[in-house]
Design a protein around this ligand. Structure first.
Ligand code: ADP
Length: 617
């Protein structure tokens, strides 16, 4: 089919990989090709609409902005044509020839990781863009003419295996026409009813007319121009799938309108699943920005604070000038005001959700708790508003992390002046931690925090309802007067004093302070934090961050009533006691769920095992 002047190109490896997956592995949701093409056409139309505001030289300036779908029963072809900005030969090679869409890159990365290649959630979350056409077509042609007056029209053709061809085209109209020769098993897409249904299901609220046989088949009015009362939940959900490129319903959404101090309407959605983020990845986020219904920017980061980057949706404002550029958006005072209002409304809505529908809120929390903690950490001005959104596991409740700070405060014991928290890998592990023995015995609740962010965040919070945040590993527990004595260091004498000295000397490489106290109940020892400042793991993190590999010393607390400690005290002058003292260090690590120097630990245990074996047979 390629013309004689056609030039042949091979697809880049990543595209070949994607195509292989699309054709051989993705068996579900073939109809998304239509949504993807309509969405690309809409982007192209939005861009040309924006361009036409300032560029009088635009090619084919008076062309109406719309999308035409044509079905050809005889040739088994479906054509989607737009009058958008079109593509030049170079941009065709660059944009269709590479995986431009960062979502598609993530999609590939996640597919490789998960092996769960046929997961509709994955496909829904990322979309596969233009290349989804090869799910249903065995031959595809693109004819395109750029809005740039001087650019020639181009024809692109491919069967989606290894290569494509480029040739001159005689297209005169600005825009892009994509023709799919359908595979025999997908001829359902030649059916008018099927197409109408798909458009109304997935693409009803596209802001340009979608025509089929000269009849407009999508809604005339943009969803966000309607009054809230006229929008059903299903409308909101459909709209989300269109603009959020997601297959699943959103978790929930907020429809926000404001008249003063700045006029705007925003529909902001929370997807069911948090985005797959890779370390250091600061790519796509933000809401779509429209000014007076004209599309300005796809992902406007300035509209929401970074920690709310999981939101999807749009903002349309009468108070944003049409000629804003990326640079002026950064400094636009109205954008800043919109950001403030959206942030406040979203936080309020989340708080209300937390009060009224715990199950739904916990679903949110599971996906987005990390983001909220990030917000508490980074947005000092918003802290008071964000703290009620936090949820934790605690020693008083099990299964789900459902404890709020206020619920914790309500349950405080007499005279309690602190909110106690423990940091560890899992709530179950933490419940068995030696740090908690004292608190469990006293009936004082402890929050069990399992996110590395918690450590950093809780450690720097100001008191909440006058209760300071205190890590249970701290040597300064701020306990009520009557309990203070329980946890004070004990001045020991005789063998115990000797033991204290000996432990200090033996473990000096790992240990700073050694103290006795009554705080431990069942365990022989634990690490505590003598200066009461930053927790051990935060200190370690900071050191790593500064690139300092200094080994970090810890402080060791001993239980003066524990049989192991007492037996060490008895043998304090024996030669062999040193190795057993070393075990204290290893035990404290094990009790925190960690192993330090496993080989040394093994060497220390082996003699004990041999001694235990009966030798007289
Ligand atoms: P995405 O649209 O998510 O970036 P696609 O693979 O669907 O990824 O498209 C790649 C690129 O090709 C687009 O970003 C756009 O630059 C260009 N493109 C696709 N369809 C059109 C179209 N109808 N008109 C103009 N450009 C298009």
């Amino acid at each position: 089919m390629a013309s004689s002047t056609a030039e042949s190109f091979t697809f880049k490896t990543e595209i070949q990989e994607l195509l292989h997956l699309i054709v051989h592995t993705l068996y579900t949701h073939q109809e998304i090709f239509l949504r993807e093409l309509l969405s690309n056409a809409t982007d192209a139309l939005s861009k040309v609409q924006f361009e036409s505001l300032t560029n009088a030289e635009l090619y084919d300036k008076d062309q109406p902005l719309q999308i035409d779908i044509k079905l050809d029963e005889k040739l088994k072809m479906i054509t989607i044509e737009d009058t958008g900005l079109g593509m030049t030969r170079d941009s065709l090679i660059e944009q269709i020839g590479t995986i431009a869409h960062s979502g598609t890159k993530k999609f590939l990365a996640e597919l490789k990781q998960s092996k769960n290649v046929d997961s509709p959630e994955l496909i829904g979350q990322f979309g596969v863009g233009f290349y989804s056409v090869f799910m249903v077509a065995d031959y595809v042609t693109i004819e395109t003419r750029s809005m740039d007056r001087d650019a020639a029209a181009v024809r692109w053709e491919s069967d989606g295996t290894g290569s494509y061809t480029l040739a001159p085209s005689d297209r005169r109209k600005r825009g892009t026409e994509i023709t799919l020769k359908l595979k025999p098993e997908y001829e359902e897409f030649l059916n008018e009813h099927r197409i109408k249904h798909l458009v109304s299901q997935y693409s009803n609220y596209l802001p340009f007319p979608v025509m089929l046989n000269d009849e407009r088949i999508n809604e005339k009015e943009a969803l966000w121009r309607k009054s809230k009362a006229d929008i059903s939940d299903d409308d909101y959900k459909e709209f989300y799938k269109q603009i959020g490129s997601d297959y699943q319903d959103p978790l929930f959404w907020e429809d926000i309108s404001s008249e003063a101090p700045v006029q705007f309407r925003s529909i902001a959605y929370i997807p069911k699943r948090a985005p797959a983020e890779f370390a250091g990845d600061d790519s796509d986020h933000g809401l779509k920005l429209y000014a007076k219904r004209v599309f300005i920017q796809d992902q406007c980061k300035q509209l929401i604070p970074r920690f709310l980057r999981f939101l999807r949706g749009l903002v349309d404002s009468e108070d944003i000038p049409l000629n804003v550029s990326r640079e002026t958006i950064q400094n636009d005072r109205n954008i800043l005001k919109i950001n403030k209002i959206i942030t406040k409304k979203i936080i309020d809505a989340l708080r209300k959700k937390g009060d009224s529908d715990e199950a739904a809120y916990l679903e949110f929390w599971k996906q987005y708790g990390r983001y909220i903690k990030e917000g508490v950490h980074s947005e000092i001005d918003l802290r008071d508003k964000l703290l009620p959104l936090l949820r934790y596991h605690s020693t008083k409740e099990s299964d789900v992390p459902s404890v709020t700070l206020s619920a914790y405060v309500e349950r405080k014991v007499e005279g309690q002046e602190a909110i106690y928290y423990a940091i560890g890998e899992s709530a179950d592990q933490l419940r068995k931690s030696p740090h908690l023995e004292f608190f469990l015995e006293q009936g004082i609740e402890v929050l069990l925090a399992t996110d590395p962010l918690d450590d950093l965040m809780l450690g720097q919070l100001e008191p909440f309802q006058e209760l300071a945040f205190v890590n249970v590993e701290s040597g300064e527990l701020k306990l009520p007067e009557r309990l203070k004595e329980e946890t004070q260091p004990i001045e020991v004498e005789g063998e115990l004093k000797q033991l204290q000295e000996k432990v200090k000397a033996t473990l000096q490489e790992h240990i700073n302070e050694v103290r006795f106290s009554k705080q431990l109940k069942q365990s022989p020892c634990r690490f505590y934090n003598a200066d009461g400042g930053m927790s051990h793991s935060v200190k370690k993190m900071m050191l790593q961050f500064e690139g300092m590999g200094v080994p970090m010393k810890r402080d060791l607390e001993l239980n003066p009533e524990h049989p192991f400690v007492l037996s060490l005290a008895k043998q304090v002058e024996d030669e062999g006691v040193t190795d057993r003292i070393k075990l204290l260090y290893h035990l404290a690590n094990l009790l925190e769920g960690q192993v330090a120097e496993p080989q040394e630990l093994a060497q220390l245990i082996i003699p004990l095992l041999v001694e235990e074996t009966p030798t007289d047979q």
